[in-house]
Design a protein around this ligand. Structure first.
Ligand code: ZN
Length: 129
């Protein structure tokens, strides 16, 4: 426990693709109280959620491509943590460019390199099931 009123924690996240633990955000408390500092320090080394980018190994495997992670919207309550079917595909950048016409969406997806996609859309794009 901290003796000071400023807590710092290096959190862990799970890779959105392979579920491996990776370093997450560094959290600091801005309310300078001892109890808040302790709460922040309790987060140190704990998994706080899913990463929004794949881990370095997954990124190396996909190059400049993108991971498509299939989700079931009917079984999802929390859009930040959608229900996954367990199916995922690594796509080349060129393949995604042919699938997604919306330039803004394409740029966002390519920059994050991971994308949740509902079953219906995965089937529409002809991803193998
Ligand atoms: Zn990974």
């Amino acid at each position: 426990m901290s003796e000071s009123n400023l807590g710092v924690a290096l959190t862990k996240e799970l890779c959105v693709v392979c579920n491996k633990e990776v370093d997450g955000a560094i959290v600091m408390n801005t309310r300078l109280t001892k109890s808040m500092a302790n709460k922040v320090e309790e987060m140190h080394g704990k998994v706080v959620g899913l990463s929004d980018k794949p881990c370095p190994e997954c990124l190396e495997a996909v190059g400049d491509g993108v991971y498509i992670i299939e989700v079931d919207e009917a079984k999802t309550d929390d859009m930040s943590n959608p229900w996954r079917t367990g199916k995922q595909w690594g796509l080349k950048k060129e393949a995604l460019e042919k699938m997604v016409e919306d330039k803004k969406m394409l740029a966002q997806t390519l920059s994050k390199q991971a994308c949740y996609m509902p079953i219906e859309i995965c089937e529409m794009f002809g991803l193998p099931h």
